[in-house]
Design a protein. Structure first.
Length: 452
């Protein structure tokens, strides 16, 4: 028999009634998804839902999914399979799929035997409380996948943040239509948040002790709100008391504004780190990807950035094995990576995504064996470059913001302004504290030093 308790309004409710008000959100994929999960939690909290500690104690399990790579899809498919068992044990449990995969694979998810009760795309989270109640009351499946040209969740400030950095989405969607990318299909058109609203959110965060924010968007240099561009937004955020570091990700190389370069160069709170996705080093492949820039333009932009911003840390994303990529074209990617000498890189094997232009018009014709061979060579080259770049820091002293403990006992871990990981012997500093650290040793991924 259901146990009866009273809710916040003094009404008598049973376990069965309260259980569907207890939600667990599990997140996959990028930082934008992490941020969106906080938005979902906040929307549900405001609508009398509570947050469960685990899937076992939740009446509603929401998977906030990613569609960027096939691996991410497979992981979520197998997680849905596992959760079907939990649904059998805990009758009445509602299983929902949110995010990019919901948008991308709606037909598959709506098939009879998936066990998924609810599907909501990235612009439908405000409807979740009603959708969950309907599934609970009717047992019918609910889905809402309409993409909006306006939704920015500007009025939902996530309140439950952890760590030393707070992510803030300042824009959503993307209009670039790179042929390999599913984001324009799953997240819709570009739209920017009102800057005053972003500033309010940052002020709230500083009130909770945050000193660092990372401004997020699929393409931040397209940020625009009534004459307010991204450079102005960073300047406005830097004027907020309590903010010490501002990071952002990711800009598109095609339209990197001079005003943004100037802000990064001159504003002491704007971190000297730019993540500039290259994707490929061959002009033919860049064109097939619809990246709308050439390797010559990219190299010149990277050189200009380094000349304007002393000490700049430059990182990138690269895809190998894009359809029709030849060995010579891959060699061009190796050559650009060698020429620019990024501090670090995220390197991926091409994986075909449904609904993208590439999937419709270009067969995935590079074998996995060749993709693997290419990525191994690229990673090997990049490790050596990262090591050389880090060696340039031997003897430098950096102001490091402590994030927590390192892997070794009595060791602290933090990041310098350029976002490089720095480890050093424990000084008793706490997360969020700043410590000057002199670098004495380096690896390709880490700077090792002592507090000075
Ligand atoms: S810029 Fe290209 S890769 Fe980035 S989100 Fe937009 S379409 Fe995808």
């Amino acid at each position: 028999m259901d146990k009866a308790t009273t809710n916040g309004n003094g009404q008598l409710v049973t376990d069965k009634q309260t259980r569907h008000k207890s939600v667990f959100v599990e997140t996959y994929g990028c930082q934008m998804n992490e941020y969106d999960s906080e938005i979902v939690r906040e929307i549900l909290r405001r609508n009398d839902f509570t947050l469960a500690e685990s899937v076992d104690s939740a009446g509603v399990i929401l998977l906030n999914t990613c569609a960027i790579r096939e691996g991410a899809h497979d992981k979520i498919r197998s997680r849905i399979g596992e959760l079907r068992h939990i649904k059998k044990q805990n009758k009445g449990t509602i299983l929902g799929v949110l995010g990019c995969m919901a948008q991308n694979l709606k037909k598959e998810l709506l098939e009879d035997n998936t066990g998924v009760d609810l599907i909501a795309g990235p612009d439908s989270y405000k409807a979740l409380p009603v959708m969950i109640d309907r599934v609970h009351n009717t047992g019918e499946r609910e889905f809402k996948l309409t993409l909006s040209e306006y939704e920015t969740y500007a009025d939902v400030f996530p309140t439950n943040r952890h760590g030393t950095n707070a992510w803030i989405a300042v824009m959503r969607g993307c209009d670039n239509y790179c042929t390999f990318c599913v984001v324009p299909m799953t997240r819709g058109r570009e739209r920017s948040r009102d800057p005053y609203n972003v500033i309010e959110e940052v002020k709230q965060l500083t009130g909770h002790g945050f000193k660092q924010v990372t401004l997020l968007g699929q393409n931040v240099n397209s940020y625009k709100f009534k004459g307010f561009d991204f450079a102005k937004l960073i300047t406005a955020v830097s004027r907020i008391d309590g903010i010490e570091r501002i990071r952002f990700t990711s800009p598109h190389p095609k339209d990197f504004p001079e005003s943004l370069l100037e802000v990064v160069a001159t504003n002491p709170k704007a971190c000297k780190h730019i993540h500039l996705p290259l994707q490929a080093g061959s002009n033919r492949v860049l064109d097939a990807m619809n990246r709308t820039y050439t390797r010559e333009y990219f190299v010149e932009l990277a050189e200009r950035m380094r000349a304007l911003i002393p000490g700049l840390v430059l990182t990138t994303d690269v895809i190998v094995g894009f359809p029709t990529e030849t060995e010579d074209e891959f060699q061009e990617t190796l050559a650009v990576m060698h020429e620019v000498k990024f501090d670090s890189a995220f390197m991926f094997k091409y994986s075909e995504r449904k609904e993208t232009m590439a999937s419709r018009t270009m067969p995935d014709d590079i074998s996995d064996e060749i993709k693997t061979d290419r990525i191994v060579r690229l990673v090997d080259q990049q490790r050596q470059i990262s090591y050389q770049r880090n060696q340039l820091h031997l003897g430098d002293t950096f102001n490091v913001m402590v994030e927590g403990y390192g892997k070794k006992p009595k060791q602290l871990l933090g990041r310098n302004d350029g976002n490089k990981i720095v480890v050093f012997p424990d000084t008793g500093a706490k997360p969020g504290d700043f410590v000057n650290v002199k670098i004495e040793e380096v690896t390709p991924n880490t700077l090792i030093g002592v507090a000075v």
